[in-house]
Design a protein around this ligand. Structure first.
Ligand code: SAH
Length: 197
């Protein structure tokens, strides 16, 4: 059994600490929609949530979950590698959080997995275009390709200068197949409202 719940709760705790009502957030791997629902609850009715997944099945499941909770998100059937092309340029700087829950869709085809290249592409674009966003990546080393992807994410996160973000990792060091949570926490919280004239 994958020891997911306490670890994933930590990811949600980070989001809770960081997101405020009215914020904009992205779920980069919608899957069954659990993280999308969490983001919608945190940003509230005045906030905006975008989501990406390459599987129609995932979006259908997530839409059902959102409807049941009476929440709204804008979901795209596309790779997160293309996330920036779907968002208006002027909105991108408003992004306050993004979460990647990597791997395969639970309860579905285990061969459709996130890929190192698109994951890194999306991550690099986020740190560059949305410097005020908290970025969380949950990486799973237990499936084929997962360990390599996790390693690539770790190297990327380690390469981010401490002047822009604090890079955090959290996991079970005595459980090799357990997921690791990586977080890039911006050094400066966007105080847009105070800064504007
Ligand atoms: N956060 C989800 C779990 C996500 S599972 C939950 O809590 O239920 C990982 C998801 O990533 C799968 O649904 C898979 O289809 C999706 N995925 C794989 N490659 C992707 C890509 N390049 N862009 C966006 N989503 C992708």
């Amino acid at each position: 059994m994958r020891p997911e719940p306490p670890l994933l709760q930590f990811a949600h705790l980070l989001l809770e600490q960081y997101l405020q009502p009215g914020d904009m957030a992205i779920d980069m791997t919608v899957g069954n929609g659990h993280d999308t629902v969490k983001l919608c609850k945190l940003v509230g009715p005045d906030g905006v949530v975008f989501g990406f997944d390459i599987q129609e099945k995932a979006l259908t499941e997530a839409k059902k979950r959102l409807q049941e909770a009476m929440l709204k998100a804008t979901l795209f059937l596309d790779s997160h590698a293309n996330w920036a092309t779907h968002l208006p340029e002027e909105e991108i700087v408003r992004i306050k959080a993004a979460i990647f829950n990597l791997g395969y869709l639970p309860g579905s085809d285990k061969t459709v997995i996130t890929q190192e290249a698109s994951t890194l592409n999306a991550l690099a674009a986020l740190t560059e275009k949305a410097p005020n966003a908290l970025i969380i990546v949950v990486a799973y080393p237990g499936h084929p390709g997962g360990a390599e992807e996790k390693q690539a994410v770790q190297e990327f996160v380690e390469s981010i200068p401490s002047t822009t973000h604090r890079a955090l990792h959290y996991g079970l060091i005595n459980h090799p197949s357990a997921p690791t949570i990586y977080a890039l926490i911006p050094q400066k919280r966007n105080t847009e409202k105070q800064q504007s004239p």
